[in-house]
Design a binder for this molecule. Structure first.
Ligand code: CMC
Length: 433
């Protein structure tokens, strides 16, 4: 990495610290503050608004220009000209696969979609009305107990085997979460189907009836997976990296990522968005909710709008919007919630408040609508995000080991009590006597 520029930090009138400024291949320069701690100073940046937590070669985002590149390839090109499994290969290995490499990769992923039969018994321990994200989180963490033959995180081949296992089995576990919640038997994967179609098959087929996958729906599902595959150092990926930095096993790290993803400000937004549409209820109530969103004293926010990084437009949302309209046209559905969503999109895109604050519909707004149209229950939305993001989490976890790893250990700005003497207020046994 080039270190051509330097910055000087002057503090306590006269104390100077020279800090290198690092330049990546794209994006803002980065002030290297690693030596500050040894000089008795720390940086303070809650929410990591100005902090790069690591070096990475996987994904680049320029939030102002709406650019998202995976290994250098623009997301719109990948979404239009590639498939989810090819994107997985690119994220994991860094290059586009040759036809032979891809055939081998696809074959391995396809042939490892079944999970250890005993895992199906784990599900019985969960209440049927559990949220599928709770079950997914638990079952994913428990996979370490079944696949402990390859858990040496310092062994490159073990990491690769784990990557295949997670990528192959996540849709199976996810579909099982759904089947368990509706009391239907688990459906085994089918090897002749694509990754996306296989997931839909495991979700919707029953022993009485095979689900026939509509190619438009299959393509839309594949796009949802591509568009959610990775997003550099977001909350869940940073969680996976942090968990992994202690040497924890990969299944535990991915379970931690799933837990982080679940929050409504992150992957839970697509579910929260649909709940919001339900709460709005009818098109004529939209203005009321728009006013609530603008009111500073009201905590209500329009779910599926805004983004921490994209302050212009979300390039994933542009592609997802296209797919969304394609699916709605193909399925020719008449649904009040979808009408509300389309009207909300129209109003928010034209309202000065949202335009000024650069609050555009994000990828989860459109993916939520597509999933609803396909017939996926709302509680499964974030589960599908988790299936897609698994490859991103693995790629980052793997990169961390390749690059050399240090335990993540942030410091703090302490604002609690200074030292004081302890006097217990609890009576002691001897006091009673
Ligand atoms: N509705 C109404 N106002 C909003 C919204 C919204 N969805 N999002 C931001 N604002 C306002 C906010 O009140 C603030 O106003 P002011 O400047 O007057 O204080 C301003 O816009 C900036 O907001 P912020 O909270 O400083 O922005 P942030 O970068 O911290 O938060 C966000 C980003 C995504 C958490 C937020 O926009 C939000 O809560 N959106 C709804 C949830 C959502 O859709 N999340 C999914 C993100 S995409 C999936 C993913 O990558 O995980």
């Amino acid at each position: 990495m080039a270190v051509e520029k330097k910055a000087t930090l002057v503090f306590d009138s006269g104390n100077n610290i020279e800090l290198p400024i690092l330049s990546g291949s794209l994006g803002e320069d980065v002030l290297d503050v690693r030596t500050l701690g040894s000089k008795g100073l720390f940086t303070y940046d809650p929410g990591y608004l100005s902090t790069a937590s690591c070096e990475s070669k996987i994904t680049f985002i320029d939030g102002n220009q709406g650019i998202l590149l995976h290994r250098g390839y623009p997301i719109a090109q990948l979404a239009k000209e590639s498939t989810y499994l090819e994107v997985c290969y690119i994220l994991l290995y860094g290059e586009t696969p040759t036809p032979e490499e891809f055939a081998t990769f696809k074959d391995i992923v396809t042939r490892h979609t079944m999970i250890h039969e005993q895992i199906s018994r784990l599900f019985q321990g969960f209440r049927r009305d559990s949220h599928p994200m709770a079950v997914l989180c638990g079952v994913t963490g428990a996979l370490a107990a079944f696949y402990h033959d390859s858990l040496d995180v310092n062994n490159e081949r073990h990491r690769e085997i784990t990557a295949f296992r997670l990528l192959s089995k996540m849709p199976t576990v996810a579909a099982m979460c759904y089947k368990y919640s509706v009391g239907q038997p688990f459906v085994y994967p089918r090897n002749e189907l694509s990754y996306a179609a296989n997931f839909l098959h495991m979700m919707f087929s029953t022993p009485c009836e095979e689900y026939v996958v509509n190619p438009v729906v299959e393509r839309a599902m594949d796009r949802i997976l591509i568009l959610h595959a990775d997003h550099e150092q977001n909350a869940s990926t940073s969680t996976v990296r942090t968990a992994g930095s202690s040497g924890a096993n990969p299944f535990a790290c991915i379970a931690a990522g799933i837990a982080s993803l679940w929050g409504p400000a992150h992957g839970g937004a697509n579910e929260a968005c649909l709940k919001m549409l339900e709460e709005i209820g009818t098109v004529d109530r939209i203005p009321e909710f728009i006013e609530k969103a603008k009111n500073k004293d009201d905590p209500f926010r329009l779910m599926g709008f805004g983004h921490r990084v994209y302050k212009n437009h979300d390039p994933r949302a542009t592609v997802m919007r296209e797919s969304c309209h394609e699916v709605l046209k193909e399925l020719n559905l008449s649904d009040e919630l979808l009408d509300i969503a389309m009207e909300l999109e129209h109003i928010a895109l034209n309202d000065p408040y949202f335009i000024e604050k650069k609050l555009y519909p994000n990828v989860d707004f459109y993916s939520g609508i597509i999933l609803k149209a396909i017939g996926i229950p709302t509680t499964m939305f974030t589960v599908i995000f988790a299936i897609a993001r698994t490859i991103g989490w693995i790629a980052h976890w793997n990169e961390m080991y390749t690059d050399g790893i240090r335990i993540a250990r942030p410091r703090q700005l302490y604002t609690g009590y200074t030292e004081r003497e302890f006097h217990s207020q609890i009576p002691k046994k001897s006091d009673k006597a």
